[in-house]
Design a protein around this ligand. Sequence first.
Ligand code: ADP
Ligand code: 5GP
Length: 189
Amino acid sequence: MNSGKLIIFSAPSGAGKSTLIQHVLQQGFNLEFSISATSRQPRGKETHGKEYYFLSADEFRDKIAHDEFLEFEEVYHGCFYGTLKCEVERIRETGKNVIFDVDVVGGLNIKKQYGDDALSIFIAPPSMEVLEQRLRGRATDSQEKIAERIGKAEYEMTFAPRFDKIIINDNLKKAQSEVEQLIRDFLSK
Ligand code: ADP
Ligand code: 5GP
């Protein structure tokens, strides 16, 4: 059945999840991006309801208290991120498959809840040096935030073997075609 399936992308920040997801969304698969909620501030041109639902810390806590999250994590100090149950239900009800950009813990958590209906993909950078260059090159975060993300990346890399598939995002074209193939196979099952 080509609907209601879940495709999860997790990786250390800067490995290329957003870039690969944007590519996948343009390939005509029956997919919609699950917009997460976060208590962090918008970066650059990010807008509410597009990249994220930007909530205050109090609004986020209120949703936790009302059990509105499928999963949530304090991914970075003081910054909460979570998948809203209503977001996933909304997409599945339209007969589409759902694609997620979540941290490694959230990714494994969603996989655990959905089993064979979910495909968990870990995006690995070719090396820590390249990861650092990409975070600096993206130029969206402060020096302090970049340091926090790099600091967490090595720990996040240890989660890779627990995912269904690992894609090394070195050459972008190659990674894009590998991801496309994985998704095509998964959705045709
Ligand atoms: P994430 O969503 O995992 O945090 P991004 O998709 O924002 O990562 O990618 C981080 C930066 O690296 C961006 O500036 C992006 O353009 C760049 N990038 C992504 N993939 C590659 C690649 N294969 N080669 C070179 N640069 C890349
Ligand atoms: P960023 O601040 O770069 O947008 O995202 C930081 C991290 O939070 C990334 O690893 C991203 O995948 C993760 N993230 C985004 N949304 C969610 C979510 O809903 N749940 C979890 N657990 N992590 C998320």
